[in-house]
Design a protein around this ligand. Structure first.
Ligand code: HEM
Length: 221
């Protein structure tokens, strides 16, 4: 991929991720947030957090299924946008829903399972955002960094459960998101087990070859 294509792709991602925020700002400016503005803003930010998070989780499966390498270059940017959106979503809850009433907020986190799940998703994403720089990858070492970044699966699962739990009866959107997450995780799991089988087969073949060589040495005159 050329440098120009890479920059174009990043510009498209920036534009695509900022557009919902600009639209929300425009709707607030024109007083077009519906009958319950706080709920509208919270839900819009929550929806986009989930969409962008799933988009970031789709980059590796795109490479596995279609052999494309360019999506990987967008994974970090999408992950950081998902984190930015969840921070805004969380800020609305802190400022507009509870106005910094920490004891009531804590009670809400403990009492309502969908809030607990939302918090778990946010807490899982925080170390990923904090270690997203090249310097941090170097400092942690690739192995530790890769292990730490598996938290994104927990974040994805908690985020989907958060939505499934809070959705009213008859709302089907959370099931579509859950289905998408299952497909994405299924592709990764399939790829992981294929590679594990290949590694094991190679190890067995290598040990059989060395056993044959030892036998040959032992029985040669
Ligand atoms: C990665 C983390 C998160 C994701 C992906 C997420 C996503 C969502 C989604 C999709 C919705 C529903 C939108 C709709 O109905 O159209 C929602 C609603 C909501 N979320 Fe989150 N959320 C996250 C974290 C949090 C956190 C940390 C909190 C607060 C502690 C929170 C509080 C809420 C509240 C209060 C609602 C509105 C519920 C209602 O309408 O009654 N979320 N979120």
């Amino acid at each position: 991929m050329t440098r120009r294509t890479r920059i174009t792709l990043k510009v498209v991602v920036w534009a695509g991720c900022l557009a919902p925020l600009l639209l929300l700002g425009y709707r607030a400016w024109t007083d077009d947030l519906g009958a319950n503005p706080i709920s509208f803003v919270t839900n819009t930010l929550g929806d986009w957090t989930l969409r962008i998070l799933l988009a970031s989780l789709a980059m590796t499966p795109l490479r596995i299924v279609f052999g494309l390498s360019w999506p990987i270059t967008l994974r970090r940017l999408l992950g950081l946008f998902a984190f930015a959106y969840v921070c805004l979503h969380f800020s609305v809850w802190i400022v507009l829903d509870f106005f910094f009433d920490w004891p009531r907020m804590w009670a809400d986190i403990v009492k309502r399972p969908y809030i607990t799940l939302g918090m778990l998703a946010l807490l899982s994403l925080t170390p990923l955002a904090a270690t997203s720089t090249t310097g941090m990858i170097r400092r942690l070492g690739a192995r530790t960094w890769t292990r730490l970044h598996r938290l994104v699966y927990i974040a994805g699962a908690c985020a989907v459960l958060h939505y499934l739990w809070l959705a009213k009866v008859g709302v089907t959107d959370p099931y579509w998101y859950a289905g998408a997450l299952l497909v994405l995780l299924g592709i990764r799991a399939g790829d992981w087990s294929r590679r594990a089988i290949r590694r094991r087969t190679a190890a067995v073949a290598a040990s059989a070859t060395s056993a044959r060589l030892i036998d040959r040495k032992r029985f040669s005159p």
